[in-house]
Design a protein around this ligand. Structure first.
Ligand code: GLU
Length: 447
């Protein structure tokens, strides 16, 4: 385990600086607010790399925050009004880029936080995109296929003037998948019939292969995380082939990561999703669990493992704790339970500020979200390139290029850690901000 290396005086200077940035932007800080927590992270890194003050301000405030309300005909004949968001944080490096989710618990500040993280992710893996994020407040599990299609089409038409293959490019996220991307691109193309139809496919990524999607996009977040682990874990004396791990969350990222790690010889000994937690010291068969959870909509009741409580799940001793769930599950209390030398944030913002402080104090390293979860946007970039060039890549080509982007990004984080003498989570933000800061230095501020 590495010792905590952020001196306490830097931490207190950071909160003072964050407080003054909040004040200058007329934001009243709230400790539990996801966007405010992300701002604190950005401010801490910005301070370490000595980013000019005006760039700090540009960075913490999204460029555009779009809120839409739209009616949708439901199956029972009534019309329901839905709320949607699209937050476009920064486009200094290229078109805004980021997913959109269908989820009952969403808010503007949640979307703002994710949009900032997308800007950082794209910069860290050096894809020529900015960052954005979107959401529609709904519960996809309670909607029919027809209703989901109508919501998707109306959301697309509500924001169609604010997106485009050269301006803002959505993608899948929590509760949205390739079918939703297919309805979305179809709607966009019908609304813009005079655009070049091949090129306008690039308005969205994560599409089905038949509609211009890329091979490897579905597994991209998990595959990207595995490439990062392969690069980083040897530094901590951990061998993937012989390690055991816990998995928090068993959605797209968790499933793919667990499967790929199992193929490499690692053992998943504990897993948790919103239906329950499981443990098996001898290892849980990942492929059997995937089949089971697809059929039963969750892992609870899987026969070849022992059911345990959520707290017991956190307490299991493992070589690596992977978190690939909704944001902010690892708060101070859960961080105090974790029994692993390293956590990998396979999803965005898995750890709260309070959780981060506890982990640092306990000497637990965090491999950060903007690195570990950047495989998705990287293969989205490949999809967009393929849509523009009309040349489609083999899976080998996608994997090779993805590995290059992820390994180089991981090395950038390691270099930043040494250069700025900070933890890996801060180092990743430093490495990303450094890159965007240079773009602002060159371009200056218009006019
Ligand atoms: N939900 C993805 C993420 O958070 C979307 C990225 C993309 O492909 O644009 O990384």
């Amino acid at each position: 385990m590495h010792s905590p290396d952020q001196p306490p005086d830097i931490a207190s200077q950071t909160s003072q600086l964050a407080a003054s940035v909040f004040e200058e932007l007329h934001i009243v800080p709230v400790a539990s607010n996801p966007f405010h927590q992300t701002i604190e992270r950005v401010v801490r890194a910005a301070q370490l790399i000595d980013l000019p003050h005006h760039q700090k301000l540009i960075f913490v405030q999204p460029n555009n925050e779009i809120i839409v309300h739209f009616p949708v005909l439901m199956d029972d004949g009534h019309h329901q009004i839905f709320k949607g968001y699209r937050v476009q944080h920064n486009n200094a490096l290229g078109p805004y880029k980021g997913g959109f989710r269908f989820h009952p618990r969403i808010c503007l500040d949640g979307a703002k936080s994710l949009a900032v993280l997308m800007t950082l992710k794209s910069a860290l893996v050096r894809v020529p995109f900015g960052g954005s994020s979107g959401a529609v407040k709904c519960n996809p599990h309670e909607l029919s296929n027809e209703e989901l299609m109508r919501i998707t089409r109306r959301f697309c038409s509500s924001i169609s003037n604010h997106i485009g293959p050269d301006y803002d490019i959505p993608a899948p996220d929590l509760g949205t998948d390739k079918q939703i991307m297919a309805w979305f691109v179809d709607t966009y193309q019908r609304l813009t019939p005079d655009h070049d139809q091949q090129n306008s496919r690039g308005v969205i990524t994560g599409k089905p292969i038949e509609l211009g999607g890329s091979l490897g996009r579905e597994k991209a977040c998990g595959q990207g995380l595995v490439y990062v682990l392969d690069e980083m874990l040897p530094d901590f004396g951990i061998d993937i082939e012989n390690m055991n791990f816990s998995m928090l969350g068993f959605g797209n990222v968790g499933i793919w990561t667990a499967q790929l790690l199992e193929d490499m010889g690692a053992k998943m000994v504990a897993v948790s999703d919103e239906t329950g937690s499981l443990h098996n010291h001898a290892g849980i068969n990942v492929k059997a669990l995937i089949r089971y959870s697809e059929k039963n909509r969750g892992i609870a009741g899987f026969p070849d493992a022992e059911e345990i409580s959520t707290d017991d799940f956190y307490r299991r001793e493992v070589d690596l704790f992977i978190s690939a769930a909704v944001e902010h599950l690892i708060d101070g209390e859960k961080a105090a339970l974790i029994n692993a030398p390293i956590i990998a944030e396979g999803g965005n913002a898995q750890v709260t500020s309070e959780g981060e402080a506890v982990l640092t104090q306990r000497g637990i390293e965090t491999l950060p979200d903007i690195l570990c979860s950047a495989g998705g946007v990287t293969v989205s970039y490949f999809e967009w390139v393929q849509n523009r060039s009309l040349h489609y890549w083999s899976i080998q080509e996608v994997d090779t290029q993805l590995r290059n982007h992820m390994v180089l990004a991981a090395r950038r984080v390691k270099v930043a850690r040494v250069r700025y003498e900070c933890d890996l989570r801060t180092a990743a933000v430093c490495a990303a901000l450094d890159h965007i800061g240079k773009v602002y230095d060159w371009r200056g501020i218009f006019p």
